[in-house]
Design a protein around this ligand. Structure first.
Ligand SMILES: [Fe+2]
Ligand SMILES: [Fe+2]
Length: 174
């Protein structure tokens, strides 16, 4: 069962919120392409796939609440980090990571699933304000905000998981 971080909604279940979300992203969510992101770590013990689901689901929820194009936000969120390499391993062929990976993800998204203007803008500029390219659409700001929010929550969640493991090890050694 896949859930976004901090959410109790099972995304592959039959509840109303999950079904509405899935109507936006089903083709990407169940694709072999997106599943490959599970092999890469993103933030402190979170896989890139889980991070992408987190950003996608919160992008969907917040855009829906604000009366925006929640389908585009959900799709862009799921594809915003769709690059298949470990950015920590140096490679002279790649450019400045915050800009480069977003361009690669957008290129992959175009080839694999197709993107509309909002989705392309949201993917390419999701690193704003770490890059100076201002997003063009409100949905792009939502995806960028969801990306930062999820990164922080994932990081804290990873620390909590580490604390639990160390407590367990300490208790076992006593
Ligand atoms: Fe990213
Ligand atoms: Fe991200």
């Amino acid at each position: 069962m896949k859930k976004a971080i901090l959410s109790s909604v099972k995304l592959d279940d039959n509840n109303a919120s999950a079904l509405e979300y899935m109507d936006c992203v089903r083709d990407i969510f169940y694709s072999d392409t997106i599943k490959k992101l599970d092999c890469f770590e993103q933030h402190n013990h979170t896989s890139r796939l889980q991070h992408s689901i987190n950003v996608s689901y919160y992008g969907f929820l917040w855009s829906k609440k604000l009366g925006l194009d929640y389908r585009s936000a959900a799709r862009a969120g799921l594809m915003h980090d769709m690059y298949f390499y470990d950015w920590r391993k140096p490679n002279a062929l790649r450019g400045y990571h915050p800009l480069w990976h977003a361009l690669v993800a957008c290129d992959n998204a175009k080839k694999e699933f197709g993107v509309n203007d909002i989705e392309a803008d949201a993917i390419k500029k999701h690193m704003w304000p770490c890059i100076i390219n201002f997003p063009k659409y409100k949905e792009s700001y939502i995806v960028s905000l969801a990306d930062k929010f999820c990164a922080v929550v994932e990081f804290v969640d990873g620390i909590e998981a580490l604390k639990k493991v160390s407590r367990f090890k300490l208790e076992k050694s006593n």
